[in-house]
Design a protein around this ligand. Structure first.
Ligand code: SF4
Length: 370
């Protein structure tokens, strides 16, 4: 296949669905790790086209959703300081902190700017030597290389008025944490292709061995996802638990060596808090000792800021696949994309927002009786 729309071909999708239906002899619960895959599954109705034997559980792979509330509050605190230019990708501006969001800080006079690359923020720092420029560096292994490169460049060019507010998280420790949970129902994983484009697949065999779960690396288009599910079901039915790469057009086994070298130089592995899940050991990155002077938390002394989550929001359970978004009592009532209570309703990759956007407003039992 040559063009993107070919990966949505309805005839091929139907054939894959038929094969999945013919292969699955019992119920299987498969988690798609990535929020981009969740969005694609709901947008294209893949979960509704699958046979009843296959349940898709939506995982914690939305970077905006898992960024802890206290990190959002730290961003708000830094962005409110005089002399600061606070730069972020646009999706973080509406994420509510304890009392406000970055849009509110901007409306109150804070210099908050949307950029399309961390290098844009570095350029702002170079052009404004009398200001402190901070970039909000969140996300998984996918966004980390560009952030690492920017800090490397800041050091190399001697741009000392630039810093990074870091909240990077890693997929493999999250898979381990999900499997360690006593309430875990997941029997197999679709791993995120773009993460593996950077990191390769070598981190996954220890997980398939330890937890005896298949992990199939796949992409984001409907046929990618269906092929990933098909391969996963074949493994489950055969009692196998292996790593398979169903996204070879983008993922090499060794990942991107240049990006990995940059990540190793700029970041150290650290424990990280995941919103709604809690601290997962060795599940994130922080700036390494060599680059610590570019750490915004340290520069602005916001490391001790601690905040509490909304008592109504059940995004933690959504992120762990324990409930579907419309099982939260606030879904579509107190909580909508215009008035989000939790990050999974704010982000376009969040499961709650995807369910709301594509009108999955009823519980399955309600829909059946409607
Ligand atoms: S619907 Fe809103 S309140 Fe409920 S879990 Fe999702 S984000 Fe939280």
């Amino acid at each position: 296949m040559k063009y993107l729309d070919e990966f949505s071909n309805p005839e091929l999708a139907k054939r894959l669905l038929d094969r999945i239906r013919a292969t699955a002899t019992r119920r299987w619960a498969i988690m798609e790790v990535c929020g981009g895959q969740t969005h694609s599954i709901i947008r294209h109705g893949i979960d509704q086209l699958l046979p009843d034997t296959i349940e898709m559980i939506h995982g914690p792979g939305c970077p905006v959703c898992v960024t802890p509330l206290e990190v959002i509050d730290k961003a708000l605190e830094i962005a409110s300081r005089p002399g600061v230019i606070f730069c972020s990708f646009g999706d973080m501006l509406r994420v509510p902190g304890s009392e406000r969001d970055l849009f509110r800080v901007k409306s109150e006079g804070g210099d908050v700017r949307v950029v399309y690359s961390p290098l844009d923020a570095l350029e702002l720092a170079r052009a404004n030597p009398d200001r402190e420029v901070v970039f909000f560096g969140i996300g998984f292994e996918t966004t980390a290389p560009a952030n690492a490169m920017t800090v490397y460049q800041a050091e190399r060019l001697g741009i000392r008025n630039f810093s990074l507010l870091v909240s990077h998280v890693l997929v493999p420790p999250a898979i381990a944490a999900i499997m360690e949970s006593p309430s875990c129902r997941v029997q197999a994983f679709l791993a995120a292709g773009h993460v593996c484009t950077v990191m390769g697949t070598a981190e996954y065999p220890p997980l398939t061995e330890k937890y005896r779960v298949p992990i199939v690396v796949t992409g984001f288009e409907p046929l990618d996802i269906l092929e990933g599910i098909r391969r996963t079901v074949i493994q489950l039915e055969a009692g196998r638990h292996e790593v398979e790469n169903a996204y070879r057009r983008a993922v090499a086994e060794g990942g991107n060596p240049a990006a990995k070298t940059m990540l190793e130089d700029v970041f150290d592995i650290t424990d990280r808090a995941w919103r709604g899940i809690g601290v997962i050991p060795r599940s994130g990155w922080r700036l390494s000792e060599r680059y610590r002077e570019f750490d915004a938390e340290q520069r602005f002394s916001v490391g001790d800021l601690h905040t509490a989550e909304s008592s109504i929001c059940r995004s933690g359970e959504v992120l762990q696949g324990l409930i579907k978004p419309h099982e939260c009592a606030a879904f579509g009532k107190q909580c909508t994309p215009r008035n989000p209570l939790g990050a999974t309703m704010v982000s376009s990759e969040g499961a709650c927002a995807a369910y709301y956007l594509y009108r999955r407003l009823e519980l399955p039992s309600e829909a059946a009786h409607a």
